[in-house]
Design a protein. Structure first.
Length: 354
């Protein structure tokens, strides 16, 4: 649960549901279900929209049901109309962030991995496919192009599910809000579970993988991808270096810490095996991104959860951080369009046969 202190219990919360505080976490603040933001909205864990704007400080505590304990998060002030924890991997999606993500990041870094992941799914001869962390539907569109499948496409963030559904209308796609760690589907319901760049954000990786296993039929495939280390993904690496150099006493390490911090194939294989999977394969794939210094800086500084860290920063703001990133990308690649390397890990695993 997320406890939002400083707000009365009657404050309307959009996109979440009231819940019960974790044991020992009593508070008269409001509580909502955790992880209500889109994993596929490039690295989100938590986003909570408040039904009014506010400027006072909020203290937010996080406790995951079934995980135990709570994570204290520092105070911060916001005028954006959103509440977010300031802990690891947290994000605030404000203003035009979803459109920036969809218009800039999807064609820049998500389209190629989505195509290759869909091709992997095609080898499974599946009829019923579940997609988790669908975001704005980059992978969903590729799965639809395969033809012949029934697709249930899910995400934790209800507004993003609505936005994705508006962009892709197909009688073969059913859109639904769902938590990848507590899927609302019966055992053995799907031939494939697919997830594009969402596994990095699972608070409990084994639990999330076990849920995928549960809803798969015997011999069913779990297909997903995660980013390789940040040093092998040039644009976020350059931007992270520039922002950390600009504020060394308060470094902005979101990319290194979370989206580009879950790349060890041995660790991932072990967690999949613990969850019950076998026949695990993994392949590091190299590709390229295409952008300009301006669009690359805007995409990563304003279209990802890094924006939340920037907004909480004591000396940088979104405008200055984007300018710093733009300047460094121009220095590295010149003033015009450029290609830069990206690298990711694509994984498949199978539910054992009965």
């Amino acid at each position: 649960m997320v406890a939002v202190e400083g707000l009365g219990a009657g404050v309307p919360l959009v996109g979440g549901s009231y819940g019960t505080p974790a044991e020992g976490d009593a508070s008269d603040g409001a509580f909502v279900h955790p992880m209500q933001a889109s994993n596929a909205l490039f690295f989100s864990l938590l986003t909570y929209q408040v039904g009014r704007r506010f400027t006072r400080s909020l203290r937010v505590r996080l406790a995951y049901p079934g995980v135990g304990g709570s994570i204290p998060c520092r105070e911060w002030r916001s005028e954006a109309g959103f509440v977010t924890t300031a802990g690891r991997g947290d994000a605030s999606f404000t203003g035009s962030i979803a459109e920036i993500y969809h218009s800039l990041l999807v064609p820049m870094i998500f389209a190629e991995p989505a195509r290759l992941l869909a091709e992997s799914v095609a080898t499974a001869d599946a009829v019923d496919i579940l997609e988790t962390a669908a975001g704005t539907g980059a992978l969903t569109r590729e799965l639809v192009r395969l033809g012949g499948h029934n697709i249930v496409s899910t995400d934790l963030n209800e507004p993003m599910v609505a936005a994705a559904a508006a962009r892709l209308v197909s009688e073969r796609v059913h859109w639904q809000v769902a938590d990848a760690q507590s899927l609302p589907f019966s055992d053995r319901s799907f031939d494939v579970v697919a997830c594009q760049f969402g596994a990095m954000f699972l608070p409990d990786k084994v639990r999330g993988y076990a849920e995928a296993l549960r809803v798969l039929r015997p011999n069913g495939m779990f297909a997903f991808n995660v980013w390789d280390r940040i040093e092998n993904n040039a644009v976020p690496f350059v931007i992270t270096g520039a922002l950390c150099a600009a504020a060394p006493d308060e470094p902005l390490e979101f990319f290194r810490r979370t989206p580009y911090g879950y790349f060890d194939i041995d660790r991932i294989r072990g967690e999949l095996e613990t969850a019950g999977f076998d026949r695990i394969t993994g392949e590091y794939i190299e590709g390229s991104s295409h952008s300009t210094p301006e669009s690359g800086a805007e995409a990563f500084c304003q279209g990802t959860p890094l924006r939340g860290e920037i907004e909480r920063h004591s000396s940088l703001d979104v405008e200055s951080a984007t300018a710093i990133a733009t300047t460094e990308l121009r220095r590295r690649y010149g003033p015009g369009e450029f290609d830069a390397p990206i690298r990711w890990l694509q994984i498949t695993a199978r539910r054992p046969a009965d």
